[in-house]
Ligand binder design. Structure first.
Ligand code: SAH
Length: 267
């Protein structure tokens, strides 16, 4: 562990929940930070067990933005290193922009350390590849419109019209609307959906369903928060048994790429 922390703010992605899913760099920062600020409702407390005994560990759920940023600024001005821990990866729905804006204004340095987003923990738990050649090569990370309005050109129906893998954050209570917009965009009621509740936590649940059954299934399972909803043709379990279909060219014998020359196949 060679990293030596500076007096600045480290915005650290904590990963989806499992304390082993933080990056090595993120964990090294937690080991050395003078102050750790984390969202107690979402970040696994176990991650703080590596903190040095004299570290000040603060929960941020009860703080407003100003209190939060004041706390970071004051500590850095006293020469301390601050780890601001966010769930998953800070770049997706992390609400870090407003924090960075304040820090910049206060002339306090910061650095972002990426983390494993819950979308990837959910895909792993469900055992799916989100980008299957010839089936879908694009992933949309989005959310349903709730209290936060969606930009006009990002309406779910328009996004759904691409028919690619779609991962929905923050949408567990807005599922009826999600289903309606996907069906309007031409998806079928039989199209596969996987819902992962609390991916990588001990009480994780992976629920496979279809677009037509999605609302009912989530209600029956009592899933209303901390869920990743992946709507994707690639979430179809039958793909695992249908040999030859949708294989990546990367491992194809006849395909030449930067690291391997393909074999000539006659006939
Ligand atoms: N920055 C985070 C997302 C924060 S927004 C990330 O990269 O994962 C919070 C939303 O993320 C939740 O509403 C839920 O949709 C999703 N989420 C966060 N942790 C999750 C988990 N362990 N399992 C499933 N979904 C999760």
């Amino acid at each position: 562990m060679t990293l030596l922390l500076e007096a600045k703010v480290y915005i650290v992605g904590a990963g989806p929940g499992d304390p082993e899913l933080i990056t090595v760099k993120g964990q090294n920062i937690l080991k050395q930070a003078d102050v750790i600020l984390y969202t107690d409702s979402l970040v696994n407390e176990q991650l703080m067990e590596v903190a040095k005994p004299e570290a000040e560990i603060l929960k941020s759920a009860g703080m407003n933005l100003e209190e939060l940023v004041d706390c970071m600024v004051t500590n850095v001005e006293q020469g301390k290193s601050v780890a601001r821990v966010h769930t998953g990866d800070p770049a997706v729905y992390g609400a870090i922009l407003e924090q960075m804006r304040y820090l910049k204004r206060a002339e306090v340095d910061y650095e972002i350390i990426p983390g494993v987003s819950s979308v990837f923990a959910a895909a792993a738990a469900a055992g799916i590849e989100l980008t299957v050649p010839e089936l879908t090569q694009t992933v949309i990370l989005t959310r349903a419109e709730g209290r936060t309005p969606m930009p006009e050109r990002e309406q779910l129906k328009d996004l759904a019209s691409h028919h690619c893998s779609t991962a929905l954050f923050l949408s567990a209570t807005l599922i009826k609307k999600v289903v309606r917009e996907f069906l309007e965009a031409g998806w079928l009621e039989t199209d596969p959906v996987v819902v992962v509740y609390r991916a990588s936590w001990p009480d994780q649940k992976v629920v496979r369903t279809t677009l037509g059954q999605l609302d009912e299934t989530m209600r029956a399972e009592g899933i209303r928060k901390q869920a990743m909803v992946i709507i994707s043709k690639a979430a179809d379990e039958r793909l695992l048994t249908e040999e030859g279909k949708y294989e990546s060219k990367l491992y194809d014998k006849t395909f030449t790429h930067g690291f391997r020359k393909g074999e000539q196949v006659n006939g």
